[in-house]
Design a protein around this ligand. Structure first.
Ligand code: 1PR
Length: 524
């Protein structure tokens, strides 16, 4: 039996799933006594430092947790569960941490995308039982904007490089905590958790220590999901967003099975897009929640879900906020949510009024679950113009002339799965969404979707140059070389594909094999 401290902020399901996969029974803490009686306590922190400490305080968890830790009893903290052990954080000035490790939590000051999202390496600084079975060159999944800065090196367990070296795990006797997410780090992460669970394993130093560690470019498999004419939830795939063939919705497989296959092939993340959720209330769409629940039991890499995340009134007149919709997705196993149509409408509002409504879905969800949990999915389409002055949008000069020989274009944002073009360009959308609290951009391109013609490099460069959050390049991958192209000719942080993987034209393993030694990736 292992005790899990869930303070109700986020997705602890993935931690529960990982522990259950390792044969543990998990007891969730419901009061301070549960903490005091735990044999081993796991604390996965989510959201921001201030609200985490506030919730711990209102639930009267601070005193039992501090006394548990001061007694040096077995503890594993994850992400904010590491940061909580320190004196305080720049994220919430004035808020006092648990003070178990002297030091503070600071925001990254790097000329790189923040949050630091993705798979990075670790360098062991002291022996630990956590390293049994690891070579030392494995990569683990990170997602954070702040990192810990202990006053002494005494308890540093691992370090990682991102612009500069930071502390990525600590070990103080029985107290161990990692900035990365072992529960989302595939087989290496499960091995590390298994080592924590078995206190009889010997403390070792792994053989390899990458110097420096490097953040991998991520390969993401995307599953567009919708109900077909027979009422079954299927993975489908469009050509420039048209998913029908001879009147029938294309059926390329079952969502849970396909996600499992991509995990085994080495996908670094999996994204589900509920592509017709814009018309229906998505919480009626229980099969989608079930898909997430089942997938997260077997897939230990990050899961993103998009589609229909906005405010609703259901048929009984009950108002559901976008935050409540997102909360259902997080509870079912999602690590990130992606917002498409609603983001365009929010940005239109900002452009019209000069300010964002305080209740906008991007800010609301980011405040509770953290910026890194909010992805903006952009569905742009090229609009050619004769001259940059022809429109008030962000225009680029293009090497791919338009049908009338035009050398300029702008990227028009659309809503409702490309059905409706709006007067907002992709760069403006991305920039404003970043200001509102988005943590990542999923940059599709309707012109390239399903064409196998390669990514739209001009679009990706344009958006990537405008924001400091990570950008996922999407749409058009037709072979492994297209991934090489997008990672060497743009600064994209990740590349996403759908059709080539579903149709088994190229596997994720083949893409990674092609990129090996050319681009930093997480080996399969
Ligand atoms: O607007 O918040 O309800 O979200 C709806 C979501 O569903 C959006 O993220 C939107 O991109 C997606 N969506 C809506 N309609 C479609 C469609 O295809 N008819 N899917 C659709 C867009 C997702 C792409 C695709 C890549 C790679 N497809 O990410 O996976 O283009 O494809 P490829 O590798 O085969 O070229 P909301």
């Amino acid at each position: 039996m292992i005790t899990l401290l869930d303070y109700g902020a986020g997705n602890v399901r993935s931690v529960v799933n990982a522990l259950e996969r390792l044969g543990e029974t998990v007891k969730i803490v419901s009061n301070g006594d549960d903490i005091l009686q735990a044999d081993r306590l796991i604390f996965p922190g989510v959201g921001d430092f201030g609200s985490m400490m506030h919730t711990l305080r209102t639930k009267n968890f601070i005193a039992p947790l501090t006394s548990y830790l001061q007694a040096g009893r077995p503890f594993f903290g994850i992400c904010l569960g590491l940061q909580a052990l320190f004196d305080g954080s720049e994220e919430a000035p004035g808020v006092v941490g648990l003070g178990i490790i002297p030091g503070r939590v600071k925001r990254f000051t790097v000329d790189l995308a923040v949050p630091h999202i993705g798979w990075n390496g670790i360098k062991a600084r002291q022996p630990s039982r956590l390293f049994n079975g690891l070579h030392g060159d494995e990569k683990f999944y990170f997602v954070h904007s702040y990192h810990v800065v202990p006053e002494t090196d005494e308890w540093v367990l691992t370090a990682t490089d991102y612009g500069y070296e930071f502390v990525s795990a600590i070990q103080k006797g029985n107290i161990i905590a990692t900035q990365f997410h072992p529960e989302k780090s595939g087989k290496a992460g499960l091995a590390l958790l298994a080592n924590f669970l078995d206190a009889t394993r010997a403390a070792i130093i792994p053989a390899a220590a990458p110097e420096p560690t490097r953040l991998a470019k991520r390969i993401i498999a995307c599953l567009d999901v919708r109900t077909n004419n027979r009422g079954d939830l299927v993975v489908t795939k469009g050509d420039q967003y048209d998913v029908r063939e001879n009147g029938e919705v294309r059926n390329l497989g079952k969502p849970v099975q396909l996600a499992g296959r991509y995990y085994n092939e080495g996908a670094d993340e999996i994204t589900f897009l509920n592509i017709t959720a814009f018309r229906d209330f998505p919480l009626k769409d229980m099969p989608m929640l079930k898909v997430l629940e089942l997938t997260s039991k077997n897939v230990f890499v990050p899961l993103t879900i998009g589609g229909g995340i906005r405010d609703y009134k259901d048929k009984d007149g009950r108002h559901w906020s976008a935050l409540e919709v997102a909360a259902e997705y997080f509870r079912s196993g999602a690590d990130k949510i992606s917002i498409g149509s609603d983001a365009v409408l929010i940005v239109e509002d900002v452009l019209k009024t000069g300010q964002a409504g305080g209740m906008n879905s991007i800010g609301q969800i980011a405040r509770v679950y953290g910026n890194q949990a909010v992805v903006i999915s952009i569905d742009p389409r090229r609009v050619y113009v004769e001259t940059p002055a022809a429109v008030s949008h962000h225009v680029i000069e293009t090497a791919i002339p338009g049908p009338g020989g035009e050398h300029y274009c702008w990227y028009q944002c659309t809503i409702k799965g490309g059905r409706e073009g709006r007067e907002v360009d992709a760069v403006t959308l991305a920039t404003i969404c970043e200001q509102l609290g988005a943590g990542e951009i999923l940059l599709n391109c309707i012109d390239r979707d399903g064409t196998n013609a390669g990514f739209d490099l001009e679009l990706i460069n344009d958006v990537k140059n405008a924001v400091s959050i990570p950008v996922i390049a999407s749409s058009g991958a037709g072979n492994a070389a297209h991934f090489y192209e997008v990672f060497t000719r743009t600064e994209a942080d990740a590349a996403l594909a759908a059709g080539i993987f579903h149709r088994q034209e190229v596997s994720i393993g083949e893409v990674k094999e092609y990129l090996q030694d050319k681009v930093e990736i997480r080996p399969v």
